[in-house]
Design a protein around this ligand. Structure first.
Ligand code: ATP
Ligand code: MG
Length: 418
């Protein structure tokens, strides 16, 4: 039997509805902050990610779906959204219109070990604010993420972690300090961290291995390497968050897995999803656009995993409102013939109507219950002759008789007071 590819899933209607709810909330709240939607291709040239994410990132070193197509082009199914937006800025010449505020959503692909909250095809929504190098932009972006999570009812269950990884000078200095420290303790490091030591020592901060965690207690602190300018930048972001009353935990070990970040990095984490605790993550990436061969355009943004937010909302047993629907239940041949035009009238009036196409009244009533219909409109010869239809509210069981001309008003009334 044919199965979905490992790590991918079918989002059946119940799940899909939740995904759309989360995406629409994200889109709507980010539009309050001036973000407009952009959609970039899922297929991108491999060079885009090779140049932007860094060879030592997990994504580039082992997770990319990369292939050569029949024409010999080296392509990748995008593993994240920021690089594509930066590429679009360059190839569409958008650097004329800064600042730019863009929102995106869609599938991303990473070949990692599938588990709860971790898939090979997963979905993200994200925002990017391009062209502003002041902390006000970082603040705007974080505030937007927080507002959106609040709107989804999640702010109590999430922690905002914040750190600064400084400017290029701060980082170069820290890198050397960290390298020297770990080299002196090389044998005590995990194998993975020993491998990272030469190429990307910063990633060791991220390690979950207990041996590395132990060594990290005494390791040099990133904060001690920040230049005065980087410290001032970080302070302004923190002051801004305080003024907006957004609770934040400074996490000196927070670094992001990708090369392009600088200054602000942040993450919203949850205790409710086991190991997959990061739901929304982002930071500043002033070097990205120029690294890709474009002009020097600073940027800051975030992305969240839609799959994980949906799981989290499920975990917290949040209700999902689906829009009210109605069942039409004809009795006999004349009613069957009337059915399509009645359904059309109701739908044109904006009401959601479900038809079951076959079966007796009992069977159709069962389906009406199953689809969660708010009410059923029941009619046969008697009703057609008298021009009065039966409307049965399914939650309460109350039945009323309504002239055909008033059905729409009556159903609309039921939506507001069932
Ligand atoms: P993690 O530490 O969980 O691997 P990450 O640092 O690789 O996350 P980012 O690249 O920052 O993740 O992507 C932003 C968000 O996308 C994450 O916080 C997470 O919610 C989600 N995400 C990342 N990878 C996956 C995946 N394989 N399946 C589902 N969601 C994912
Ligand atoms: Mg990852």
């Amino acid at each position: 039997m044919l199965q979905a590819v490992k790590g991918t899933r079918d989002l059946l209607p119940g799940t899909c509805r939740k995904f759309r709810h989360v995406e629409q909330t994200a889109s709507q709240i980010s539009s309050l902050y001036g973000f407009d939607e952009i959609e970039t291709p899922i297929l991108e040239p491999a060079a885009l990610f090779l140049r932007s994410l860094g060879d030592t990132s997990d994504i580039v070193s082992k997770e990319m779906y990369r292939f050569t197509d029949a024409g010999g082009d080296d392509l990748v199914l995008r593993p994240e959204g920021t690089a594509g937006v930066a590429r679009a800025l360059i190839s569409e010449g958008l650097a004329q219109d800064l600042p730019l505020k863009l929102f995106y959503r869609g599938p991303m692909f990473r070949r990692e070990r599938p588990q709860k909250g971790r898939y090979r095809q997963f979905y993200q929504c994200g925002v990017e604010l391009l062209g502003v190098d002041s902390p006000a932009a970082d603040l705007e972006v974080i505030a937007c993420g927080y507002h959106m999570l609040q709107e989804l009812g999640l702010s109590q269950n999430l922690t905002l972690r914040l750190n600064s990884i400084g400017d290029a000078d701060s980082r170069a200095q820290f890198r050397e300090a960290l390298k020297a420290y770990f080299q002196a303790h090389r044998d005590e490091l995990s194998q993975e961290s020993q491998d990272r030591l030469e190429r990307n020592p910063l990633r060791i901060l991220d390690s979950k291995d207990p041996r590395d965690r132990k060594l990290l207690e005494q390791a040099p602190r990133l904060a001690d390497s920040l230049t005065p300018a980087a410290l001032e930048f970080f302070k302004q972001v923190q002051d801004g968050l305080k003024a907006l009353k957004i609770p934040v935990v400074i996490d000196p070990l927070l670094v992001r897995g990708l090369d392009y970040y600088c200054h602000t990095v942040f993450e919203f984490t949850t205790e409710n999803l086991g190991a997959q605790n990061a739901v929304l993550a982002g930071g500043r990436y002033d070097g990205l656009v120029s690294d890709l061969g474009g002009p020097r355009v600073p940027g800051v943004g975030w992305a969240f995993g839609t799959d994980r937010l949906v799981l989290l909302l499920d975990e917290l047993q949040r209700d999902w409102k689906s829009s009210a629907s109605f069942a039409l239940i004809p009795i006999g041949e004349r009613a069957e013939q009337e059915l399509p035009s009645l359904a059309q009238d109701l739908r044109r009036a904006g009401l959601r109507v479900d038809l079951s196409f076959s079966g007796n009244v009992g069977k159709r009533m069962k389906r009406a219950d199953k689809v969660g219909a708010l009410a059923a409109v029941i009619f046969g010869d008697n009703e057609l002759n008298a021009d009065r239809f039966q409307i049965k509210a399914l939650k309460t069981g109350t039945q009323s008789e309504v002239p055909r001309a008033q059905i729409i008003t009556e159903l609309q009334r039921l939506i507001t007071s069932p």
